[in-house]
Design a protein around this ligand. Structure first.
Ligand code: COS
Length: 390
């Protein structure tokens, strides 16, 4: 059955996230966007207190226990407040997904629990991307060489959200058997932060290189079977891409609201510019695309819930999550660009937030798989698709 009502739990989570976005994120968004830094000391304790840094971690390990769909709904609200701050707060969700997918019970107890201490909030980072391995996951050069009772990790990761300021990293490296996953203590000797990136958008998130130099990893911190990490990464992204789509919807929504309000107030040629169909149709198109994007990520999130419940990967989820990410990323870019257009010269100035929304939206077409990679995933699936039935 299809039901478009949120459950009581979802309503409560969404309302809480909206209040947090309104009262905690929006008031500081502009300042930290300008500074280009994540104000960890300021916002992390509040986010942890509200359960946002551990929202997707099951309750039995101390987390909020939100399923992927409800977590995505929460991210939509937070991104409405500030997509940059949300990216750093939400990175724990991405970084811990591989532990939830491939980790043992002991690993979950040890590492997930550590990230759920509200009084001592901690960040986690997902270390996949390297200077020469972004879309092409198999070409990762970081190595983990077997050494006695564990491994020695060496390599360089880049564009890592919360890189260098995280307590826990999930790291993907080449071993004798292929790509393997590891959980790495951020305080271990040999883990260091490289360049802190100066970005176009989501500037209030922290993005940096992470270096691993002869880092000793005990064998019990390997994630899953040796050589099994490619599939773990794919399943992680299947599960989290709806969350990025939701972020994109949140940014687009914020831009739409600003443009809609402006169009009612701005008078030119004796009338509010809203009376021109050139403007009102643009706003109507924004609304159509925001609503369409939201339904797409709801569906992908719903399928992700099923993956979590059954523990089984599904081609349907891969396709749905790529569709939602591709559509919502492109949609957010278009909606935010149109919002700048509605505000005209004012939209181009930093006095209004729409230029920030436009800068923030661009990353939605890039991170967690570019718009082109999503289409590649879909193109590969075409072989198995004969008809597009319900
Ligand atoms: N779930 C489970 N298994 C999957 C899977 C998925 N979603 N996608 C692929 N696999 C499996 C395949 O079944 C295949 O298994 P077998 O070798 O047993 O047949 C294996 O993984 C390799 O799959 P494939 O041949 O499709 O891999 P490719 O090298 O062609 O790469 C893409 C596929 C491009 C889709 C992948 O590299 C990708 O998603 N890249 C983007 C990564 C990304 O998003 N980077 C951004 C940084 S993340 S912050």
């Amino acid at each position: 059955m299809i039901d478009f009502e949120l459950t009581d739990e979802q309503r409560a989570a969404v309302d809480m996230a909206h209040d947090f976005a309104l009262n905690e994120l929006r008031p500081i968004a502009e300042e930290w966007d300008k500074k280009g830094e994540f104000p960890a000391d300021l916002i992390l304790p509040k986010a942890a207190q509200a359960g946002l840094t551990s929202a997707g971690i099951p309750e039995e390990y101390g987390g909020g226990g939100l399923d992927p769909l409800t977590a995505a709904m929460v991210f939509e609200e937070l991104a409405w407040g500030c997509a940059g701050l949300t990216t750093s707060i939400g990175a724990n969700n991405l970084a811990t997904a591989p532990i939830q997918i491939a980790g043992t019970e002991e690993q979950k107890q040890k590492w997930l629990t550590r990230l759920c201490d509200e009084k001592n909030p901690k960040l986690a980072g997902f270390c996949l991307t390297e200077p020469e391995a972004g879309s092409d996951v198999s070409s990762i050069k970081t190595t983990a060489k077997a050494d006695g009772d564990g491994f020695i990790l060496n390599g360089q990761k880049c564009f890592i959200t919360n890189g260098g300021i995280s307590d826990v990293y999930t790291v993907f490296a080449q071993t004798d058997n292929g790509l393997s996953g590891f959980i790495v203590d951020g305080n271990a000797e040999g883990v260091s932060m490289g360049r802190h990136e100066d970005k176009l958008g989501i500037r209030a998130s922290h993005t940096a290189e992470v270096f691993f130099e002869n880092v000793k990893i005990p064998k019990e911190d390997m994630l899953g079977e040796p050589g099994s990490a490619f599939v773990t990464v794919m399943q992680t992204l299947d599960q989290t891409r709806a969350g990025v789509a939701a972020l994109a919807v949140g940014v687009a929504r914020a831009a739409f609201e600003e443009a809609n309000a402006y169009a009612k107030e701005r008078v030119q040629f004796g009338s509010p510019i809203m009376v021109n169909q050139a403007i009102s149709f643009m706003l109507a198109d924004m609304l159509i695309n925001i609503e369409a994007g939201r339904r797409l990520y709801y569906y992908a999130g719903w399928l992700a819930n099923r993956m979590v419940e059954t523990g089984k990967a599904s081609r349907r989820l891969t396709v749905a999550s790529s569709i939602s990410k591709a559509f919502c990323g492109d949609m957010a870019m278009k909606v935010t660009t149109d919002a700048v257009q509605v505000l005209g010269g004012y939209g181009y100035m930093k006095d209004y937030p729409v230029e920030k929304y436009m800068r923030d939206a661009k990353i939605m077409q890039i991170y967690e798989g570019t718009a082109q990679i999503q289409r590649y995933v879909l193109a590969v699936s075409l072989n198995g698709i004969k008809e597009v039935k319900q």
